[in-house]
Design a protein around this ligand. Sequence first.
Ligand SMILES: [Fe+2]
Length: 270
Amino acid sequence: MSIYVTGDCHSSFSRFSTKAFPEQKGMDREKDFVIVCGDLALIWDQEETSFERYWMDWFEKKPFTTLFVDGNHENHPRLSAYPVRDFAGGRVHELRPHLLHLMRGEMYRICGKRIFTFGGARSHDIDDGVLDPVEDAARIRRWRGDGEHDFRVMGVSWWPQEMPSEEEMAHGLRTLEAAGWETDYFVTHEAPSSIRKILQEEGIPKRAGKSPAGISSGEELCAYLETIRSRCRYRKWFFGHLHDERQAGEREYLLYHSIIPAEDGEPGGE
Ligand SMILES: [Fe+2]
């Protein structure tokens, strides 16, 4: 019985191969779980593709159950169109019976641990804007691949649902209230503002030729998570989004490529 956690995948799943993640040998998908802290980015295109089907089936055959919170880089409308079902005390979108999206503001009990989840984040690769696929078509063609412009395209590579709604935030507060403001783990994509500040001073997230994205890029969500953090008793907080890995606070862990055991792992360690 185990829980492992990892960070952003961006449609690249080699870290879950048996060679890269040998701990899966002997796992049982009813008892062993790997949680992705957002930006799985498997559901991405305008409609289901053979790529998506291949990888959903690949995950379904794994000897562990794959769970993920949403990041900013997901096709949110399509993700939320998958069937909702109950799982471990909370609600999930079921992509496959053992590939499940952990929804915003839910509390699960997995392997005897309480896990509160809250996906979403403000993209920080849109300095040059979110462009309209029709009105800005010429500019998109010019900028695509020039390596100079940070932009995304509305409804094609960016969706406004990357940031949570007021209702989702309120739901999260109600869930924590019902849980007595206590959980074992937080799994989110974004980080609380105090943790973002620590990382910002360390130059995280690194961006080639640019200063680190400040917390202003996701201020409302960071502030919301900070409110929760200051109010809750918890053991560990796992998050992604900033494309690095390190312990960021006393109990807060930024994850990226490593898959670590939730209970005693250290990001970037063996
Ligand atoms: Fe990411």
